[in-house]
Write a protein that binds this ligand. Structure first.
Ligand code: B1M
Length: 221
């Protein structure tokens, strides 16, 4: 793997946002995820290479260290901030430039869950593939999804969830959406969920990744 992509992964792992950031002290006066991502794109690395071999590779290590109690929430938050700063550089590369939209995708992380990096990636890629995206953010209640869908007829709702403890909330939200409008199409995703769970809770589709969400939307529209 290239040095530059390894450096990006190291910045995500260490929570080094940008050159100006004093955290971590061992990396002061060095470029952070922000500058290095820009440099990688300018050097000709593809968005996919930067995302997979840089950002996601770094975040994977954060996840392992967090699980093993080697790092704690404040450090993970710094990594998340570094990742968000880097993702800002990827956004323009996903922009479709299409003047007419293929449809509307309403996305949010379910109630009780504050993880938004994966959800933001899905939103970015779906938008880049020609859909209008209404991003409701994190900790979103069933009523908010339902009210927003009423404002956007023929939309598809996407629910993200990263915690096993918020999977029951996802179930409750899908039930409430379907009760309000049985024809409302709902797609779910996130690390702990799987196709069988989608079927059990009455969601129309499980998407394993952003591309899966795009493919599902293309099949609906
Ligand atoms: Co949290 N956290 N976290 N965390 N966190 C996990 C999820 C965890 C697996 C870490 C671990 O123990 N190894 C663990 C969950 C364990 C479990 O449920 N079994 C965990 C925990 C326990 C917690 C807290 C409870 C910790 C605590 O307080 N003691 C707490 C909960 C807070 C809450 O939500 N109420 C918490 C807090 C946090 C931070 C706030 C510090 C931070 C989030 C910051 C943010 O998002 N702005 C954080 C982070 C960063 C993580 C890890 C390290 C990384 C998550 C991430 O962004 N991954 C994570 C460990 C891990 O995942 N390895 C962990 C990168 C992202 C691109 O991947 O989100 O999976 P992901 O998205 C993927 C796919 O899942 C998919 O596409 C994306 C791209 O491929 N996808 C969809 C996602 N949504 C989709 C929707 C779709 C389709 C595909 O269609 C609609």
């Amino acid at each position: 793997m290239s040095d530059l992509l390894q450096q990006i992964a190291a910045c995500i792992e260490a929570g080094k946002i940008d050159r100006a950031s004093p955290y971590p002290p061992t990396m002061s006066d060095q470029d952070g995820a922000d500058e290095l991502t820009q440099q990688a794109l300018e050097a000709g690395f593809t968005v996919e290479e930067v995302l997979e071999q840089g950002l996601m590779a770094g975040m994977e290590k954060v996840g392992q260290a967090f699980r093993d109690n080697l790092i704690f929430v404040p450090q993970v938050l710094m990594s998340a901030r570094a990742m968000s700063a880097a993702m800002e550089h990827l956004k323009p590369h996903f922009a479709s430039g299409a003047s007419t939209r293929k449809g509307t995708f309403i996305i949010g992380t379910v109630q009780g869950d504050l993880h938004d990096i994966g959800k933001n990636l899905v939103a970015m890629m779906v938008e880049g593939n020609g859909y209008e995206v209404v991003d409701l953010g994190v900790d979103v209640k069933a009523e908010t999804f339902i009210e927003t869908a009423k404002e956007h007829p023929d939309s598809v709702i996407g629910l993200s969830c990263l915690l096993t403890t918020t999977m029951p909330n996802m179930k409750q939200i899908v039930s409430a959406i379907k009760e309000s409008d049985p024809s409302q199409v709902v797609c779910i995703g996130g690390a702990p969920v799987h196709p069988d769970f989608a079927e059990q809770i009455g969601a129309d589709r499980y998407a394993p990744d952003p591309q899966g969400a795009v493919e599902f939307l293309n099949s609906v529209h």
